[in-house]
Design a protein around this ligand. Structure first.
Ligand code: PLP
Length: 438
């Protein structure tokens, strides 16, 4: 309560902005997760790895636009690419362009995709990958995992006619063309059971999975689990689709390549558009051929801004010049070291740390869980009161984190700033010993 009262007192202009925003946006909001009671902080501007809010506070940005802002705010490489595109090309030409071909070739080479198509968001990339799988296999049903996030309309398979959470055979109330949700990520036996049950009904088009669940809690998938899911999908005639919208930043060829997953299709997004609205999907040549307009019966794929010049140029420059394979490796090693420091500080408390490389999850649970394998492990054990207290106090200490505890590092953040955050977390745990010790 006291922390919230200080938050209100410290942020009058954010509160005023919120009061204005509710007149035209439901709840004053257009990205649900950015809503934070009693009102969100309104940001004024960002530069490098820092943000400034309308009340004049400066923050070290540890949220990195939920991972899309990997390069930081207005990275010079992206700025240059955007200025050149504006001056020399134009925004969106309503025609194919060399920029689109160039970015497609770079993504193909980097992520091992035979063919690629562009969209304007990761959500769309997943929807199209699923549409391609459905067309290619002639089947409609599929399997996803609880805690998986594949876009605003795809959480837990909603919008795929699904949403039933199962740990075995889907019951008769679940349409066999639906997508069903496996209750536990990282549980291969359960995944296999569900995949086989759906396939036995003759309707398994695809298994869609993240190699590390991002929005579901930054929970890495064990490689035996992911390899086993791939094998089960293949044995049952389904496509194995890897959602790398968030994880492609974790290794030079994406997390799938680092784990040797060789998926049939991959979906991409976020920083690969240089921080602009972006998505892409691609993979096997025979599967992607369902979109080849030169072939009879090809599927249409449209989208006014799919190949818009700004995202094509910014994304290309970001990947080619700024996020080279070498930078990617050292950046994620830095993330690993940072996460280990946080883990050391948090040991024995109600704060648990998950993640891999430059993506980190902070969890506040009653028992201070040591091993978090899936969203189900955390369910019902969360301490939202501690999570909120942490968020309020980190803001006061000058750190911008997400309320839910998701951190996505920015390339330009200084090591001293990461160390200062570790110290701020240590201070927090010390200050609230009684509350935080398990
Ligand atoms: N898939 C994953 C794994 C994501 O993390 C996200 C976004 O957070 C999406 C898909 C959706 O991407 P977008 O927000 O660009 O639609």
């Amino acid at each position: 309560r006291a922390a919230e009262a200080r938050f209100v007192a410290n942020n009058p202009l954010s509160q005023a902005q919120h009061n204005l925003a509710v007149a035209s946006l439901p709840g004053g909001n257009t990205r649900t997760l950015l809503h934070t009671a009693p009102f969100p902080i309104t940001m004024q501007r960002g530069e490098g790895a820092h943000l400034w809010d309308v009340d004049g506070h400066k923050y070290v940005d540890l949220a990195g636009d939920l991972s899309a802002g990997l390069l930081g705010h207005s990275h010079p490489t992206v700025q240059r690419a955007l200025h050149a595109a504006l001056a020399e090309t134009g925004l969106s030409l309503g025609a194919t362009t060399p920029h689109e071909r160039r970015h497609a070739a770079l993504l193909s080479a980097r992520f091992g995709l035979a063919r690629v198509r562009f969209t304007t968001s990761g959500t769309e990339a997943n929807l199209h990958a699923l549409a391609a799988a459905r067309r290619f296999t002639g089947k409609r049903g599929g399997v996803v995992f609880a805690g998986g996030y594949h876009g605003g309309v795809l959480r837990d398979g909603a919008a795929l006619g699904g949403g039933a959470v199962v740990d075995g055979l889907p019951d008769n109330t679940v349409d066999k063309r639906d997508f069903v949700v496996v209750r536990r990520y990282n549980d291969l036996a359960m995944a296999r059971r569900v995949i086989e049950a759906v396939a036995a009904r003759g309707e398994l088009a695809a298994v869609l999975v993240e190699a590390m669940q991002g929005a579901g809690g930054v929970i890495p998938g064990r490689s035996e689990f992911l390899l086993g899911v791939r094998a089960a999908a293949r044995e049952n005639g389904a496509l194995f689709i890897l959602d790398e919208v968030m994880t492609s930043r974790l290794a030079p060829g994406g997390l799938g390549a680092a784990l040797g997953l060789s998926p049939d299709l991959v979906t991409l997004g976020k920083y690969l558009g240089g921080g602009l609205p972006f998505g892409a999907f691609g993979g096997r040549e025979d599967v992607m051929a369902v979109y080849d307009p030169r072939l009879a019966g090809a599927m249409a794929h449209s989208g006014t801004f799919n190949n818009n010049t700004l995202a094509m140029c910014a994304g290309y420059a970001a990947l080619k010049e700024a996020y080279t394979p070498e930078v990617c490796v050292s950046f994620n090693e830095r993330g690993d070291r940072f996460r280990e420091k946080l883990r050391d500080v948090a040991r024995g408390t109600r704060l648990s740390i998950t993640g891999r490389g430059s993506l980190i999850g902070l969890h506040f649970t009653e028992d201070g869980l040591e091993d978090i394998e899936c969203a189900e492990d955390i369910k019902g054990k969360e301490r939202p009161d501690l999570r909120d207290l942490f968020w309020f106090e980190m803001l006061e200490a000058g750190f911008w984190t997400t309320r839910r505890g998701f951190l996505a590092l920015i390339l330009e953040t200084e090591n001293e700033e990461l160390d200062a955050f570790v110290e701020a977390v240590r201070d927090f745990l010390e200050r609230h010993r009684q509350l935080m010790l398990v």
